[in-house]
Design a protein around this ligand. Structure first.
Ligand code: KGJ
Ligand code: KGJ
Length: 329
């Protein structure tokens, strides 16, 4: 009986040369399956399933090819020059908890420092909810600013905007609140038919911060931002396309192919020029004159709101699964 490493080495030896070339990322120099990259592991696994081998049981291959990051909140992979980050906490509807965002920022940083010329940010295939937004459990109820400069949501949005690598949000399912800001802060958005986008702080009673509001303004026109913010109602993908929130809407079964094609166009172009253009657009888009007095005035209003009874009511009603009763104080 072969041990698992021997089994995988034998498997690798029996693979056709072209096949080995194609899947070389999955096999280390000793012929062991590399467990670090879940996508490579999966490709290796799928390939192994199609390859007849002697003396190797499927159980041995499956055991070795299993990704070792099953509990990761975020998965990352690199295929050619296209990096992919997958939000991977279905049980929590990919809510943007601090730990998930930590992993997301680390994955962005790793891919930015890799060969990736473009990064795709996605949820698992077939997700009903792309992300439920800020983890409501993490919104403070003790009179502290719920969206400080260092809040995980603020940090990830900054990381996306400041990354020199273009980031494409590939969306399937519904996108909520802070996740909508994350999507709208990506360089562009490709969405599956049936996706929806909702910005809900007014429904939850959360005093959204000025940096976040600016993100929305950079994505769509003022009347649309206002409608989304004031009504907190989801808008469907076809309308998101008309108002410029997304670049393309395609049937779900074409989502990956469309995104990959756009990503590949980018990989053919000059990464130096693309990062310059991204930075130029970022600097220009953020070039809003804001007076110290204007900023302080907004902070004072935000503070009154997070100290209010309505703020507590918004969060309480969410967990009690009922409509909030806002009193305006
Ligand atoms: N944070 C924490 N827990 C959440 C969140 C969230 N954002 N969303 C859902 N959950 C929890 C629910 O409390 C349930 O927990 C579980 O996930 C499944 O949700 O009762 P438990 O099982 O312990 P649910 O509601 O039962 O699932 P569905 O009926 O399928 O509805 C999915 C929805 C995404 C439509 C629904 O969960 C929902 O409306 N979630 C909140 C979406 C939202 O408004 N997010 C914006 C959060 N706020 C912000 O991002 C910000 C920055 N803000 O300023 O407001
Ligand atoms: N500058 C100088 N010469 C040019 C240019 C150009 N932009 N475009 C074409 N030519 C020359 C070719 O070198 C050929 O010269 C001739 O015009 C016919 O072009 O070999 P020669 O006959 O001496 P070609 O390619 O044989 O014609 P077509 O096959 O009909 O193709 C036409 C195209 C317009 C598709 C093709 O020429 C092309 O892709 N041109 C470059 C288009 C482009 O990317 N322009 C942007 C240039 N850059 C900028 O404007 C800026 C400001 N920038 O920062 O990059």
């Amino acid at each position: 009986m072969l041990d698992t490493t021997q089994a995988v080495r034998r498997c690798a030896e029996q693979l056709q040369p072209i096949f080995r070339e194609q899947y070389r990322d999955s096999i280390d120099t000793c012929g062991r399956a590399k467990p670090r990259n879940p996508e490579s592991s999966r490709r290796f696994h799928r390939a192994a399933m199609r390859t007849p081998m002697k003396g190797i049981t499927m159980a041995q291959i499956e055991e070795t090819a299993k990704p070792d990051v099953q509990n990761a909140l975020v998965e990352k992979s690199l295929e050619g020059k296209v990096g992919t980050i997958t939000l991977n906490n279905r049980a929590k509807l990919n809510a943007l908890s601090a730990p998930l965002i930590e992993e997301l920022i680390a994955a962005l940083s790793d891919l930015t420092n890799s060969e990736a010329r473009v990064i795709v940010l996605r949820a698992p295939k077939g997700a009903k909810v792309w992300s439920a937004g800020h983890d409501v459990k993490e919104l403070p109820t003790n009179g502290r600013d719920p969206l400080t400069y260092d809040d995980p949501l603020r940090r990830v949005v900054r990381a996306i905007k400041e990354s020199p690598t273009p980031i494409i949000a590939m969306v399937e399912g519904s996108v909520w609140g802070g996740a909508c800001e994350v999507v709208m802060s990506c360089d562009f958005v490709v969405a599956a038919e049936g996706s929806t986008f909702a910005i809900t702080p007014a429904k939850l009673g959360v005093p959204y911060d000025i940096e976040g509001t600016q993100s929305f303004m950079q994505s769509v026109g003022l009347p649309v931002v206002k409608e989304m913010l004031f009504t907190a109602q989801p808008i469907p993908a076809d309308r998101a396309l008309r108002v410029g929130l997304v670049n393309h809407v395609v049937p779900a079964d074409q989502l990956e192919a469309t995104t990959t094609q756009i990503a590949e166009y980018i990989t053919r172009n000059s990464p130096l020029v693309i990062s310059l253009l991204k930075e130029e657009l970022h600097v220009l888009a953020e070039a809003n004159p804001l007076t110290a007095e204007g900023f302080q005035r907004i902070q004072a209003v935000r503070r009154r709101i997070y100290d209010s009874a309505d703020y507590q009511e918004g969060i309480r009603s969410f967990f009690e699964r009922r409509a909030p009763q806002f009193q305006g104080r």
